[in-house]
Design a protein around this ligand. Structure first.
Ligand code: PEP
Ligand code: MG
Length: 746
């Protein structure tokens, strides 16, 4: 075999480019590529396998194997040597393929004649697109130089695959960025929206992976890196007096920007025939592949710094990016890998929908999206690779799916759905000012959950009778530093002003577990949900809690005030917290501040233990609110953030409903006002069952008030209660089926 030298690989890339520039349809191009590679590096076989779907590879072109096996031979990821390359994203290089670990014989290809095998992953920015394989009869290991040359070629094939250069035959050859795609994700905020893609951080598309003037490309690279270094130095200068962490990140950037190894590898790629931007991207791809394997969080962060730096460099080289003047469409659907709550707030209500590649239902971005009532789908794999700015897109926040570049039939079905949702909304508006009274005359108080200023207009719009849960931590979460007391006073004052005398239940800071403040040292706990969180932090480090109580009292300024403590597991914790309130009240009095007109102090019932507290506790507490999200996770021992286990336990499980009934009974005995403020309160069927169990106040997100009220006004709680009892007596695990049957008949 002829070893590839630098100039040979450049020659090969030159020939590849010519092949790509021709008028050939997709398959002919791919055939030509495999022919050229085999010819240039002197092997009998060269084949390209591309992903057909998420876990199947298909032989799409070959020089040297049986032609009949093209588009016939398929393997799963991990299967055979090709599948192994795809699974681990690593080169397999062996002189004796038939005896190598994992080899699987594909008789239709006629590959038994070939001894040596070299498989190279075809990947782009961490996404595996396929495998490039060369094989020869002669039993030998391919040299490092040959491997390197083929990696460069694989990079070019990856770019072409991305650009749709193989338009035409076979599903595996479909171009990206042109076909309709349905991407499943996880529903995080209901609603449906149609619009156009707005990439939060636009992806740079490299259109010219091959260059024929390496000198010129080296110059371009050097100029761009210089510009990058100057930019980083400038940022460092500006941040000298800023916060320490940002400085550390920038220092790391500078280190990478000056890294000799990084530069050398990119220069080498260019001398092999890649354009400057393709060389940057090749290094970025490899860093991403490393990132997916690194466990250490510090190292991962550094690799992600490098990723960010590469993006900046690519933007300089291609002139693409946020600064290119792309305009926000009229109907933007934001697409991002992830986004912080503060950035999302900046977009505000301009967005029609949000799709995140990562993210989770309980993330801060999800909380903000909910406050803004923008349909949100998270966990949407591949969306940032598939979507381009301006693409037509439909997001279904009910089902948790995304239709990218939908075809006509999807568009019309989806529009019907949007129209139906709009009709329902109109119906809800018409009952907005009516009370939620069931057919048997029970009035249910419907109040709302809030936490951001953006929530407050909903107090009017939704018909909520008050705020049953104001999550004060959200204000702490969306900032980069601890808010000052006066800022909190202003904020709480605005909340009370907007409520116009309606009751607002302020819950004190509920941090820890999934809610980690960016400016507080994280705690390395084995089980954060069971760890140092909420009132436990408040009592151990009372400084912040005192500041918050003071701010609330000053904001009330003579008006009634309601405070609730989160995650109270035993009466003692509540008593200690109430003691803090009393001390703060006394201090405020001495300082001459106007005290609240009335002060109610309640607790959240989020751990089963509190339901069994001594009767005295029920007599002492002014009110209780069941935090169903947490209570359910502890009752069933199923992490609320873990979809896999969370969904196993239905809220309408008889054990859970019986437990709720017991709590209602204890509160009735002591005359303690009780509400329910977990997510289930906003789900109409669950809400109806909670009401049947005796709950008379439900607190939910504003958008749920209409649907919940609409159902409550159509049911008789005595009937529903009988249905539940009957189902329970029959030994059902969940009463859902029986309840659904009843509801269908009303
Ligand atoms: C709950 O746990 O049900 C609750 C309302 O609190 P959070 O979701 O903020 O933990
Ligand atoms: Mg909770």
């Amino acid at each position: 075999m002829v070893e590839s030298t630098e100039s040979e690989s450049r020659k090969l890339l030159g020939r590849l480019r010519e092949a790509m520039a021709g008028e050939n349809p997709g398959q002919a191009r791919l055939d030509k590529i495999t022919h050229l590679i085999a010819d240039s590096i002197g092997t009998e076989v060269c084949s390209v396998y591309l992903f057909r779907d998420d876990d199947t590879l298909e032989l799409c072109a070959t020089e040297g194997l049986n032609v009949e096996s093209v588009h016939q031979t398929r393997m799963r990821v991990g299967e055979g040597l090709v599948g192994r390359v795809a699974k681990f994203g690593k080169v397999v290089n062996t002189p004796d393929a038939p005896n190598a670990k994992g080899f699987r014989y594909m008789p239709e290809t006629g590959e038994e004649r070939f001894s040596s095998f070299l498989g190279i992953p075809i990947q782009r920015l961490g996404e595996m697109l396929g495998v490039l394989v060369v094989q020869s009869k002669e039993a030998r290991e391919f040299s490092a130089d040959a491997v390197y040359a083929l990696e460069v070629v694989a990079m070019v094939i990856a770019e072409m695959t991305e650009l749709g250069a193989f338009v035409g035959e076979g599903a595996a050859l479909s171009p990206l960025h042109q076909q309709p795609v349905l991407l499943p994700g996880t529903a995080a905020q209901e609603g449906a929206a149609e619009g156009h893609v707005w990439l939060h951080e636009p992806r740079v598309v490299v259109t010219n992976p091959i260059a024929d003037d390496p000198e010129r490309e080296l110059e371009r690279l050097n100029e761009a890196v210089e510009q990058l270094r100057v930019g980083v130095d400038k940022m460092l200068e500006i941040s000298q007096n800023g916060d320490k962490e940002q400085l550390q990140v920038l220092e790391a950037y500078r280190m990478f920007a000056n890294s000799k190894g990084w530069m050398r590898r990119m220069e080498e790629d260019i001398s092999r025939g890649l354009s400057a931007e393709a060389a940057v991207e090749k290094e970025q791809s490899q860093a991403r592949a490393r990132m997916s394997q690194v466990q250490d969080s510090y190292l991962r962060e550094r690799l992600s710094d490098l990723d960010d730096l590469s993006n900046r460099l690519l933007r300089i080289l291609t002139g693409q990016g946020a600064e290119t003047g792309a305009e926000l469409p009229d109907d933007p659907i934001l697409v991002a890998r992830n986004i912080g709550p503060a950035e999302l707030l900046e977009y505000g209500r301009n967005l029609k929908g949000i799709i995140l590649e990562e993210g989770s239902v309980g993330s801060h971005a999800a909380i903000v999206a909910r406050a803004l009532a923008i349909p949100l789908v998270v966990n949407t794999k591949r969306i940032t690779n598939e979507a381009l700015n301006g693409d037509h897109i439909m997001v279904d926040g009910e089902q948790g799916v995304v239709h990218l570049r939908p075809d006509d039939s999807v568009v019309s079905a989806f529009r019907d759905k949007i129209a139906m949702l709009a009709q329902a909304q109109e119906r809800y508006v018409s009952i907005r000012d009516k009370p939620a009274v069931t057919l048997d005359g029970q009035k249910i108080d419907l109040v709302m959950n809030a936490g951001l200023m953006a929530d407050l207009p909903s107090l009017e719009g939704s018909g909520a009778e008050g705020v049953g849960l104001f999550r004060t931590e959200l204000q702490f979460l969306v900032r980069n530093q601890m808010p000052k007391r006066q800022e909190l006073v202003e904020l709480y004052k605005r909340v009370l002003d907007a409520a116009h005398g309606k009751r607002v239940v302020f819950r004190t800071l509920d941090i820890g577990s999934d809610k980690v403040l960016p400016y507080m040292k994280p705690n390395d706990e084995p089980n954060p949900a069971l760890g140092w969180r909420a009132i436990r932090v408040g009592l151990d480090k009372p400084g912040v809690m005192r500041m918050q109580l003071q701010a609330l009292m000053r904001a009330a300024n003579g008006r009634p005030l309601t405070v609730m403590f989160p995650f109270v597991a035993q009466a003692e914790e509540f008593r200690a917290a109430r003691e803090e309130v009393n001390k703060t009240l006394e201090r405020e009095r001495i300082l001459g501040h106007v005290l609240p007109e009335t002060l109610e102090i309640g607790a959240m019932l989020e751990t089963p233990s509190l339901a069994f507290a001594p009767q005295k506790f029920f007599d002492e507490v002014d009110f209780l609110s069941i935090g169903g999200n947490d209570l359910k996770q502890f009752f069933f021992a199923a992490d609320r953030e873990n979809e896999r286990v969370r969904k196993r336990y239905d809220t309408l499980n008889v054990s859970f409903l019986s437990f709720i009934e017991q709590i209602v009974g204890r509160c009735e005995t002591s005359g303690t006002p009780l509400s329910f403020c977990g997510e289930d309160a906003g789900r109409p069927i669950e809400a109806a069952c909670l009401a049947a169990m005796g709950m008379r106040t439900l607190s939910m997100r504003p958008a749920s008030i209409g649907p919940v009220k609409s159902l409550l006004t159509r049911i008789d709680l005595n009937d529903l209660r009988s249905v539940i009892s009957e189902s329970r007596n029959q030994g059902d695990q969940s009463v859902r089926t029986a309840v659904m049957r009843y509801l269908r008949e009303i």
